[in-house]
Design a protein around this ligand. Sequence first.
Ligand code: NAI
Ligand code: MG
Length: 507
Amino acid sequence: MNAVPATHTIAEQPAPSGALAEFLERKPRLLVGGEWIEAHGKGRIAVIDPATERQIAEVADADAEDVDRAVRAARAAFESGPWAVMLPDERERLMWRLADLMERHAEELAELESLDNGKPITMARLIDVPGAIAHLRYMAGWASKLDGSTFNTSLRAAPGTRFHTYTVREPVGVVGQIIPWNFPLLMATLKLAPVLATGCTSVLKPAEQTPLSALRLGELILEAGFPPGVVNILTGLGETTGAALVAHPDVDKIAFTGSTEVGKLINIAATATLKRVSLELGGKSPVIVLPDVDPQTVAAGASQAVFFNSGQVCVAGSRLFVQRRIFDKVIEGVSEASRSIVVGPGLDERTQMGPLVSQDQRDRVLGYLYFGRKQGATIAAGGDAPAHKGYYVNPTVIVDVKPDMKIVREEIFGPVVVAQRFDDLNEVAAWANDTPYGLAASIWSNDLRSVQRLVPKIKAGTVWVNCHAMIDAGMPFGGYKQSGFGREQGRAGIEMYTELKSVCMAI
Ligand code: NAI
Ligand code: MG
């Protein structure tokens, strides 16, 4: 089958407001111990606007010595100084102050995010910035609620001896936090919120592709009044800054979001000092459509599930399973939806889908499309890139796929969905689980009995019903299988930043 020709014409990126220029004039460098310092590492990383392929900034590639400085600042802030003795309600108040500051600068943050990552500014305004603020405020409430328990033990000792036993939750310590480029500000805030609530300290490394919003967040953290060294921010590459942070003996925990490949490397490296590790990794999440639904309505949902953020979402609904009776109608609907998406530069208010984050990412996604065709799949919509500067890929729907194809097995992380027919629940459950990943899934049906039978069969950290990618600070989030381990958000998310200490006192 031939690819449908490119249908998306791309507008030009509007000029950014003055906020970016002002931010760059301040030359934020590395945030270490409450100061913006020059990096020891000599490497420099160009920051590119993915819509224009133009360089908009340059940041340092922090080296092992920079990492050591930052870890020492984080250790000092953790062990002594105002942060170590700060009461929970004071930490909570600082977190609210930061959230208020972010709200005051919401438009500037949204613009920075859109320029740096490529995402539509309308999405940054609707999802990234308010989501980040909501995470902070939610976690702020936990600062004062990290309680332990007392125990009714049967311990015996000398006659007359009694025991008082209880647990306390203590902050785990200095945390190295390494985040990806798909939701830079949201990821930074989501990672920092439990650190701040528990009284830990952080060395945060944003992705090399998208460091700007984390640096702006660093400025706001200082403005909010967090003591020096509580949050340290190092720009740099994974192989240099990231690897040095994971290897550093004085880091107690690593929290990572990114590829499964790097997650495995981190887990191995962290073993040397038995750091606590939490990993939020990739996915190949199934969207399962049962035959009782309205195909048009579900097509809109399935299209959103995979094309949101240009498909650069860990929970992207990238495998679509539709019951045979309504398969053609749903695929028609998703293909139609994909053609009507306004693809364009992030700062254009009309844009619904932006470019991918980088040349590398676009090449990777186009590589998958090439393999898909070569292995005999059929492109129902898209399948190519618009003839325009910028790292764009047209939203793509692929049918006639087989379970062993690369495009079915591997995370593409682009606007590409592969669709398959199924007959019954057992069949679709087996196919949905036929993946090394287990991050999320969605089921679309109002047939209560079928939904309730399917939910327990799905091996995934989150299962949505008649919705997809609904993520809330109060709901635990994480993966089964090779999608990682640990749960962020909710009570589980805060507890992951604590050690549980048992105290047993003979009285
Ligand atoms: P990546 O996993 O290499 O990058 C994520 C973060 O890890 C970045 O901050 C990077 O600097 C850091 N990193 C890289 N190598 C490291 C190392 N050896 N030690 C410590 N930190 C390291 O992801 P990349 O290369 O940007 O994207 C490749 C693929 O990964 C994507 O196509 C996608 O499939 C997947 N991915 C998944 C994400 C998710 O949210 N689940 C996010 C980003 C990428
Ligand atoms: Mg990588």
